[in-house]
Design a protein around this ligand. Sequence first.
Ligand SMILES: NC(=O)c1ccc[n+]([C@@H]2O[C@H](COP(=O)([O-])OP(=O)(O)OC[C@H]3O[C@@H](n4cnc5c(N)ncnc54)[C@H](O)[C@@H]3O)[C@@H](O)[C@H]2O)c1
Ligand SMILES: [Zn+2]
Length: 370
Amino acid sequence: MAEPVRLAVAGPLGHPIAIGAGLLDRLPEECAAADLAPPRRILLVADRAVRPVAERIAARLAAAGHSVSTAWLEASEARKDLGTLEAIWAAALAARLTRRDAFLALGGGMVGDVVGFAAATYLRGLALIACPTTLLAMVDASTGGKTGINLPLPGTPGELGKNLAGSFHPPRFVIVDPEVLTTLPEREFRSGLAECLKHAILDGDGHLAWLEAHAAAIFRRDPETLADLLARSVAVKAGVVGRDPFERGERAHLNLGHTFGHALETLPELHLTHGEAVALGCLAAAAAGGNAELAARVERLARALGLPVRLPAPLDRAAFDRRLGFDKKADSAGVRLVLPRAPGRIELVPATVAAIDAGLAAIDPARPAS
Ligand SMILES: NC(=O)c1ccc[n+]([C@@H]2O[C@H](COP(=O)([O-])OP(=O)(O)OC[C@H]3O[C@@H](n4cnc5c(N)ncnc54)[C@H](O)[C@@H]3O)[C@@H](O)[C@H]2O)c1
Ligand SMILES: [Zn+2]
């Protein structure tokens, strides 16, 4: 096996991240290196979709002298709730986890967020080992220490407000093993690629050029190219979080594509995944930023990565504007847009009607391809 790439987030939310094919099979060694030498009690909370991987990991940890209990989750936004959090706390009690023990989250961002919150709160905070299994969780959710659950919104018929309860709780360490991506459904894979596209725009010309050169190999899920992609993409998020852990400035750049994206994602008639909405949002933001060359480049790259570049149906503009107004990331001055003026040159500006119009025009289904 090739040597893993080792990265780290600096600062108060700091943690190491190891990236490499086959790394999950070396979990006991990684635990020992992170001050979790056996014997520990480990509560493995796993997405049922990766059951064979979970069983393999549990056997390895047990063979190394750990005492492993396993709890299974169904990954869905509806289940990222208080009931699931309580069930994980109950499993931790049943497994008799103590302060020297650990939670292990194996799954996508849903599992990572809710298990992370359980780890943050159980006995006022236990070690969390994060093993992301979706591309989105690998390049985004598992890095940076944000955990949380959704809460029911008062006055609605069971609608959930996203990530309304949570805390910052960095993992003890993160293992990113591209081998688990082989079973990830195509649409989930492409969804994660949108965050990689976002990271490339934030990072600059070199990163964009690398993505352009490797789009076809990425799309084929060539293992070596994937490992390279993961290392590049995780490095961008890790760098930003290290420089601005609590979102006083630069961390807001990670919302690139997400202001437009969140509003589009919540319009039910568009049937967009998070990543599809983010890809459209990145293109809209590039157009709104006024750099036509960059917008054309983002459009070509999104296309090459199998991501949409036009809305699947005409937009109900009034509904879109309402959703935009509900953006919880908006401050008191109103909605703000993260605009790329050039690769790697990002500005956070108050939204104007002109900027939103320019962004939406770029993804209008009636617009010819660039
Ligand atoms: N904490 C953060 O900083 C942060 C950042 C971004 C997103 N998030 C959160 O992440 C969540 C979305 O994460 P996601 O996109 O990973 O979704 P997810 O966890 O719901 O997983 C998506 C689907 O893929 C399946 N799956 C997972 N791994 C698989 C594999 N290897 N093979 C086959 N199927 C697999 C799951 O069962 C699920 O059906 C949201 O709740 C979002 O709020 C958190
Ligand atoms: Zn996102």
